[in-house]
Each structure stands twice: as C-alpha cells, then as structure tokens.
Design a protein around this ligand. Structure first.
Ligand SMILES: [Zn+2]
Length: 115
C-alpha cells in the first residue's frame, strides 16, 4: 500500500504573504502596528488588541524548542509517523529549515541552530 503524500497547505488571501515567504526561504510573520504584538498563524487583525493595522516582517527563523511530542501513530493522511509536533518560541536556539513540496508550497520546519 502506497503511503499518502505529505499534507499540503492551501494558501488563502490571509496566508499568502506567509507561503510567498517560505517559497523565498523567508519566515514572514505579522506584527501589530498599535501594540507591537507578534503573532502566528496569519490573520488580518491583531489577536491581542483587534487592530487591523498590522505589518508583515521577515523573522530571523531562530528560536527555542518550548515543547514537543513524537507521534508514532497514524493520525491523518499526509502525516507519516514518526513525526514531531512542536511549539517553538522564536528568536533563540532553533533555526528554520525550508522543505520544498512543489513549485507553490514550501514548508517551514525547524532544526537546532548551527553555531
Ligand atoms: Zn495589537
């Protein structure tokens, strides 16, 4: 039996800047122009103060692994076990590693930072 293809995100108008960024090997996040809150996942308003004055910026891609679990059970098509589910706090000891799925989708994954 063939393994299912890896799960593939579908960009929307709200997430287009993020997927355009990963294709360019950049981790693009959003920052609120009113309260400076940086947030993910992408959305057109600040989840902290609801302002629609938000900007997109290129994050360093470095961070710290906050928590993780290694999943060994089949959970959903496109996720072949074992794989890690992780919470990453950016700007510390991990770095983004991009994996190109096709000409339109590149996934941002994380690995320990070099150096
Ligand atoms: Zn805000």
């Amino acid at each position: 039996m063939a393994e299912p293809a890896r799960a593939k995100p579908k960009p929307t108008p709200e997430t287009k800047h993020f997927w355009d960024g990963t294709q360019a090997r950049e981790l693009r996040l959003q920052r609120c122009d009113e309260c400076s809150n940086v947030y993910f996942p992408p959305r057109p308003f600040c989840p902290s103060c609801a302002s629609r004055k938000v900007s997109v910026f290129k994050a360093s891609g470095k961070g710290t692994l906050y928590s993780y679990v290694i999943n060994h059970r089949p959970a959903a098509p496109g996720f072949t076990p074992p794989y890690a589910l992780a919470v990453v706090e950016l700007d510390m000891k991990l770095e983004v590693a991009f994996e190109k799925l096709d000409d339109k989708i590149t996934l941002p994954l994380f690995r320990p930072a070099k150096g």
